[in-house]
Write a protein of this length. Structure first.
Length: 218
């Protein structure tokens, strides 16, 4: 109600009350309704219903939903301006990054296929296989190249690990924490699919996921 301008207040209130009921807080649904209705009335009168405290820790905690202990640490180390920037940064929705399988295609080919469907991507600096979705997205399974194995979803920070390792063809690499397999398959690509990788994990259920990915990848 405070931050969205395309959702009617009545719909937000009704939905919030139903969420309270459906999540084990039926006894508090009246409280939810009363709080939000009062917020709506005060906002309609031109008053700000949310009066933030002057204490910077409490204020930032309310605005950005961070615990006091973390905010106290950041404020001591970075000051208020940088702390608020950190809060804003960590609250941003994550980007979706793709790792292009250079053994099957090229970044140019994937970019062209996406562009043909009105999907925009950008390259990620210092990561020669990374494309970041920036617009016109749709379900991952409907993106061009999904069925062909042209790319896999992998965060750019995870992609960096393989390049820092810099595995070479014909080497033997032990991935001791391999599941669910994203970095393992990346290592195989960087080795040119020539070499040996021992993919291990202490968790049996995660290893089963790794096996399924391996079968699909092959």
């Amino acid at each position: 109600m405070r931050y969205f301008d395309r959702i009617p207040a009545a719909a937000a209130v009704d939905t919030s009350v139903e969420l309270a009921k459906n999540n084990g807080f039926k006894a508090l649904s009246g409280v939810v309704n009363g709080l939000l209705r009062q917020y709506e009335r005060l906002a309609a009168q031109g008053n700000d219903p949310l009066q933030l405290p002057s204490d910077p820790i409490q204020k930032l905690g309310i605005l950005y939903s961070f615990p006091d202990s973390i905010l106290q640490l950041w404020l001591e180390q970075f000051g208020q301006v940088q702390t608020e920037k950190l809060c804003e940064w960590f609250n941003r929705p994550p980007a979706i990054d793709l790792r292009v399988n250079i053994l099957k295609t090229t970044l140019d080919e994937v970019e062209a296929a996406f562009s043909g469907l009105g999907i925009t991507v950008e390259r990620v600096p210092h990561l020669p296989q990374a494309l970041r979705l920036t617009g016109g997205g749709r379900a991952i399974q409907q993106l061009p190249g999904f069925q062909e194995g042209w790319w896999t979803v992998q965060d750019s920070s995870a992609q960096l690990v393989g390049h820092l390792l810099a595995p070479q063809s014909e080497e033997t690499v032990i991935d001791a924490c391999a599941a669910p397999g994203g970095k393992t398959t990346h290592i195989a690509e960087l080795m040119g699919d020539r070499g040996k990788i021992w993919a291990c994990d202490r968790d049996a259920s995660r290893l089963r996921k790794l096996q399924r990915i391996s079968n699909a990848y092959n």
